[in-house]
Design a binder for this molecule. Sequence first.
Ligand SMILES: [Fe+2]
Ligand SMILES: [Fe+2]
Length: 312
Amino acid sequence: MEQQAANLQSLSYSRCIDISKRVRWDIESDVIRGRHFDMTKKFLPDGISKVNGFEFLSSEEKRFLSQVQGRTYANMFGFVERFIVAKILELTSNHWLGDQVALKAMVRFCDEEIKHQELFRKIDEMMAEVMPPGYQFLFNPDEVAAAVLSKSTWSVMALILEIELFTREHYMKSMEPDEEMSDLYKDIFLFHWKEETTHAMIDELEWPLIDKKLSPEERDRAVGDVIDLVTDVDGILKAQSASDVDYFIEHVGGERPLAEDQRERLKTGVHQAYRWQYILSGVGHPRFVSMLNALTTEEQKQRLTGALSTLL
Ligand SMILES: [Fe+2]
Ligand SMILES: [Fe+2]
């Protein structure tokens, strides 16, 4: 029975390798292809940026806000991928002397994420060439990764899975149907999610393996760690959204100063949009919910739901 389960596991990792080989791309020759960002086009689509909630902004201003958010969206991926690679590399040690197919799938996963970070650094530089000066991404990926990695592996896997699930969701539901987006921006996230497909599958294989090794007390503490991680991520989103709104206001304010209540609405609204982008759209994903249902008790789920409801 156990051998059968092990064979099935190995088959799933082997499927990940096949998919990963099929979708693999190159930054320059497949994604960028000599193109540049066009400031007459939106970066993030409305379904993700939620800019339509700001009825006091003109369509040009909404477009600029989608570009500011789009730059942060790309930077956020480059930034979370730092701790994702570190954690997955750490987990490969469970397969060093065992399932070599699993090991190969996870090495490819890490190689892809290192390439994604390179892509996101590159596009931040490309955006800096066409956007007004003053934009800031506030957080250092190594410092945040060190803080995340100090939490239990179970909780870090929860965070990683929710992130890797929303990449496809955001593309398919909001980017793919949006015809006013920058073609280059859209392509970046099309290629990105294709390589993320196998990452979410590997997370779904690895998280239960970690879970099996925990005592009920350790799992209970890990649930607390998930809540701490979500609170920390929300702190990052609050600071970054405030910085993005300041930058936005500085560059539209010259033409038409915004009223105090409009500035406040921008701060709250962009923070709320970021909460949806990086936390709520991932934890609400059906595959995340079903994994959580399999790994937690009713009481633990209530605790998590209670903590998440404060973000709404
Ligand atoms: Fe990635
Ligand atoms: Fe990934």
